[in-house]
Design a protein around this ligand. Structure first.
Ligand code: AMP
Ligand code: MG
Length: 358
């Protein structure tokens, strides 16, 4: 059911979760200081209890009740990137319920850049909000996606299509060196420039969960410099962010990297996604015997806003396979890195990752 802003406020204050729009993806919001409501969001989603939530705020003063020993760098980052798609992991204030942080001594915080989310939070106070998808589905980028996943049972504040469409960058500031736990729109170069210090970025964040759960697989062996920075400490950090371990963003259709020339040889129904680095902009769709080809021209941002909708469309329309043309290496564009990360998580659904999702 779609609700108005004032109905959303009422629901949240009475301890009921509401799906809310942000510029990244829709979140399933509950009041931070209402532990029962937070637990409800875990139950509704089927989210594992060891996967901590991001706390959403609407002004910097709210941070005082959420984080302790706030490092000086937060003010600088907030000035440059908030409201925006950057989540900061900070030492947790004891007032924050353990359910929200999965028992960790840190808390993840973000100020979203969506006017409805900011208005709502300014009345309700800080909100926890994991992505508002049912376990196993790609994150929702429209109110309709949330209605589809929860069969209309979760109230949704409709704020239109998410302008970014991929989850935020997660930056751990609780220890040095600062580490990106999840790549997003805001990239390592921008962060280093603002912070004027090193920020580590485990390569591609493709976490392969081996039997003993201690290994991380780093792709692109060429980038030795980056790799050398990933010491044991870096691996521990990744493991500290449990969400990165879980299978994510996965449609029912099988996702594969494949060159655009090879798609015509596929015999099952396929949805092909390709990016063409050309000067013209926009999306082109063409149909052929086996399915549809979506070509994004020029910018990765456009691709990012569409990725999860295309994953969902593939399932709605009964495609068995989604073929995505690999990005040209080396990848430096942060949006492209974030896209690659989400696509590889979707591909890894065939691996031995746990069934529980976020
Ligand atoms: P989602 O809400 O589905 O976008 O996922 C939130 C992401 O933030 C997951 O990858 C979590 O592991 C990560 N996260 C949340 N809180 C923390 C924390 N305290 N420390 C490290 N990572 C966190
Ligand atoms: Mg999620």
């Amino acid at each position: 059911m779609i609700v108005t802003l004032s109905q959303a406020v009422e629901q949240i204050l009475s301890g009921e979760p509401v799906a809310i729009p942000t510029e990244t993806v829709y979140g399933l919001a509950a009041s931070l200081f209402h532990p029962d409501a937070i637990q409800k969001t875990f139950r509704i989603k089927g989210r594992p209890a060891d996967n901590p939530l991001i706390v959403h705020i609407s002004d910097l003063q709210m941070l005082e009740h959420i984080a302790d020993n706030i490092p000086d760098e937060v003010a600088q980052l907030a000035r440059n990137f908030w409201p925006g798609a950057l989540t900061l992991v900070l030492p947790k204030n004891s007032k924050v319920p353990d359910h929200a942080t999965a028992g960790l001594d840190t808390v993840a915080v973000r100020m979203p850049a969506h006017p409805l989310a900011l208005q709502l939070i300014s009345v309700t106070g800080p909100l926890t909000a994991p992505s508002a998808n049912r376990s196993g589905k790609p994150s929702p980028t429209s109110a309709q996606h949330v209605l589809d996943d929860f069969k209309g049972l979760v109230p949704v504040l409709d704020g239109g299509i998410c302008s970014i469409g991929l989850e935020s960058t997660v930056l751990d500031l609780s220890q040095k060196p600062f580490t990106i736990l999840r790549p997003g729109m805001i990239g390592v170069a921008e962060l280093r420039q603002v912070l004027k210090c090193d920020v580590t970025m485990p390569h591609n964040h493709k976490v392969v969960r081996l039997a003993n759960e201690t290994e991380t697989d780093f792709e692109n062996k060429d980038e030795k410099d980056e790799k050398q920075k990933i010491d044991k400490h870096g691996i521990d950090k990744l493991r500290k962010s449990p969400g990165t371990r879980y299978k994510h963003y996965a449609p029912l259709a099988r996702v594969l990297w494949a060159s655009s020339e090879s798609y015509r040889t596929h015999h099952s129904r396929v949805l092909v996604i390709r990016h063409l680095a050309q000067t013209k902009f926009g999306t082109e769709i063409h149909t052929y015997d086996q399915g549809h080809v979506y070509s994004f021209h020029g910018d990765y941002e456009q691709f990012a806003t569409q990725l999860y909708e295309l994953f969902r469309r593939a399932d709605r329309e009964g495609y068995q396979t989604i073929l995505i043309e690999p990005f040209p290496e080396p990848i430096t564009n942060p949006v492209c890195l974030a896209l690659k990360n989400r696509i590889e998580h979707a591909i890894s659904q065939d691996s031995n990752l746990p069934e529980t999702l976020s």
